[in-house]
Design a protein around this ligand. Structure first.
Ligand SMILES: NC(=O)c1ccc[n+]([C@@H]2O[C@H](COP(=O)([O-])OP(=O)(O)OC[C@H]3O[C@@H](n4cnc5c(N)ncnc54)[C@H](OP(=O)(O)O)[C@@H]3O)[C@@H](O)[C@H]2O)c1
Length: 229
């Protein structure tokens, strides 16, 4: 679980651990990763993985045993308008979510078990941009292309994508700057279900992709139907 030290990744790690999976969480900082693993449970392991540091990705994957599922949730949010565009920061965030994800899958190839699968995390901003989302929209669009290609290239390993809308109870939403809160409320009222999706919704959708070996190359949108409005 790369990006398993916080947020949706950490909740997925907890849910998988409860079901008896042997989970390894990865993030950039050793102490943060160790603390995350401790909070999951005794069997959970932690290792450092920086998706912008190619050798760190190889080291992380090589410390894993055989892999049933590789889940990539990591994100480095660079949210700003184009008038304040910062190429270095944008490039780092996009590379992490594209080349970083692909590099992790590359190194995992010899370790995948026969029924293995990959789940990558994109975001609705690929199709429904929000103010300041240019970098994230770019990265999240690329995830779909990456999935389409890899689902053929690494077959029979399945490759799917979770595409969350704004997750109402996630830190990313709850800690958004006050000026953005109105946007989330507007989003909620426009959502056909009249509520933002929850972490629990996203975790359940991820398990559907992991467990169902008939699902492959699917961008599973978890957004309460707002994409249709
Ligand atoms: N939350 C939402 O409302 C929402 C909406 C749409 C899409 N999504 C997508 O869902 C996924 C999870 O989002 P979230 O809100 O749960 O994220 P989050 O709470 O911000 O957590 C981000 C995770 O990414 C890791 N990370 C950041 N940079 C990294 C790097 N260079 N290498 C390795 N790990 C790195 C962080 O670990 P360290 O800091 O320990 O390195 C952390 O575990 C993301 O892909 C996001 O785009 C979320």
């Amino acid at each position: 679980m790369i990006g398993g030290t916080r947020g949706l990744g950490l909740e997925l790690a907890r849910a998988a651990h409860v079901l008896g999976a042997r989970v390894t969480v990865g993030g950039r900082d050793r102490e943060v990763a160790d603390e995350a693993a401790r909070s999951v449970g005794e069997e959970c392991r932690a290792n450092v993985c920086d998706l912008t540091d190619w050798s760190s990705i190889e080291t992380f994957i090589s410390a894993c045993g055989p892999i049933d599922h590789l889940i990539l949730t990591a994100v480095d949010r660079d949210v700003r308008p184009l008038t304040d565009y910062r190429p270095e920061e944008s490039a780092r965030a996009i590379l992490m979510k594209t080349v970083g994800y692909a590099t992790a899958i590359h190194h995992a190839l010899p370790r995948f078990r026969p029924n293995a699968s990959v789940v990558m995390f994109g975001g609705l901003s690929a199709w429904r941009p929000a103010p300041g989302s240019t970098t994230l929209s770019t990265a999240n669009s690329a995830i779909i292309g990456l999935m389409n290609s890899l689902a053929l290239e690494v077959a029979p390993v399945r490759v799917n994508t979770i595409v969350p809308g704004a997750v109402g109870d996630s830190a990313a939403t709850l800690n958004a700057p006050p000026e953005n809160r109105g946007a989330f409320e507007a989003l909620r009222t426009r959502t056909p279900t009249r509520r933002l999706v929850t972490t629990k919704n996203v975790v359940a959708a991820t398990f559907a992709l992991l467990d169902n070996d008939g699902i492959n190359a699917l961008p599973l949108v978890v957004d309460g139907g707002i994409i249709r409005t």
